[in-house]
Design a protein around this ligand. Structure first.
Ligand code: GTP
Ligand code: MG
Length: 247
């Protein structure tokens, strides 16, 4: 990826599974919103049967997109972490493919980082101006409970967001062991950074394709949460770390 003078390069990482109906629309919108920024998009596809990666590849000549097909160790957070390894940018952005994360927020994340010099900028549903559109009460409740359970781990109001930007140095030499969906929470708990900030955005429900959220996702979240609490406790108690140095 060509790097323009004075401005860092950005890698946008998009995990996909069966997003053939959304991926080209997303790529076009991202490209329009990223005008003037040196960037690349990595479509991290878990070998979708609907050929999402092929759809992305069709735009390769017009848009700086690299579709990467993954056949092993599938999963949302795992594919995102794999994307971190392939990324060439100094700043990494993670966003969903289903247009729930509006591409017009991308420049806001980038400009906020430049202004605040934050290491992490989270697109947040839970700061003034942010929110969700058309969520049923059950989903609001699950999301609320998930947020409450994570509160002691971070100051960030929306650590469940799947839409965020961070400096690659934050995860340098950090062993990420993602389970399920919530990779931002793991980065906030394990990463090396001084400043994390939030910018508001409205999460819109997908209009095409299907959600991959399931009961299993919620169970995985609880497992993930307990391992992050253990990590935090060991950081605070060196004695425990000496007994269990592996984590
Ligand atoms: N690579 C990969 N991507 C996935 C996997 N599961 C989901 N994704 C992608 O991760 C993003 C978020 O998944 P969604 O199913 O939209 O989850 P959600 O946004 O929490 O739920 P909805 O509001 O129902 O859309 C989308 O871009 C999906 O295509 C997976 O197992 N592997
Ligand atoms: Mg979605």
């Amino acid at each position: 990826m060509a790097e323009e003078k004075g401005s860092p390069s950005i890698s946008i990482i998009v995990p996909t599974y069966n997003e053939a109906k959304n991926v080209q629309k997303l790529l076009r919108q991202v490209h329009a919103c990223m005008k003037g920024y040196p960037y690349e998009i990595l479509v991290m596809d878990d070998n979708s049967p609907d050929k999402t990666a092929m759809k992305a590849k069709e735009l390769e000549k017009k848009i700086p997109v690299r579709p990467i097909i993954r056949k092993k160790d599938r999963g949302l957070a795992k594919s995102v972490v794999d994307g971190f390894k392939h990324a060439r940018g100094n700043f990494l952005i993670v966003m969903d493919a289903d247009l729930s994360h509006p591409p017009k927020v991308l420049p806001k994340l980038i400009e906020k980082q430049k202004k605040s010099k934050a290491d992490i900028v989270v697109a947040s549903r839970l700061v003034p101006g942010g929110g969700t559109e058309n969520w049923p009460r059950s989903r609001k409740l699950t999301s609320y409970i998930a947020g409450v359970l994570a509160r002691p781990l971070t100051q960030i109001k929306d650590p469940m967001s799947g839409f965020f930007l961070f400096n690659k140095n934050v995860i340098r030499n950090v062993a990420l062991s993602p389970i399920g969906y919530k990779i931002l929470l793991e980065i906030l708990v394990k990463g090396n950074y001084k400043k994390a900030v939030e910018v508001p955005f409205i999460f819109r429900d997908r209009t095409a394709g299907q959600s991959k959220l399931s009961i299993k996702t919620n169970m995985e979240y609880l497992m993930h949460l307990s391992s992050l609490y253990m990590h935090k406790v060991k950081r605070l108690c060196p004695e425990l770390r000496r007994c269990h140095p592996e984590s």
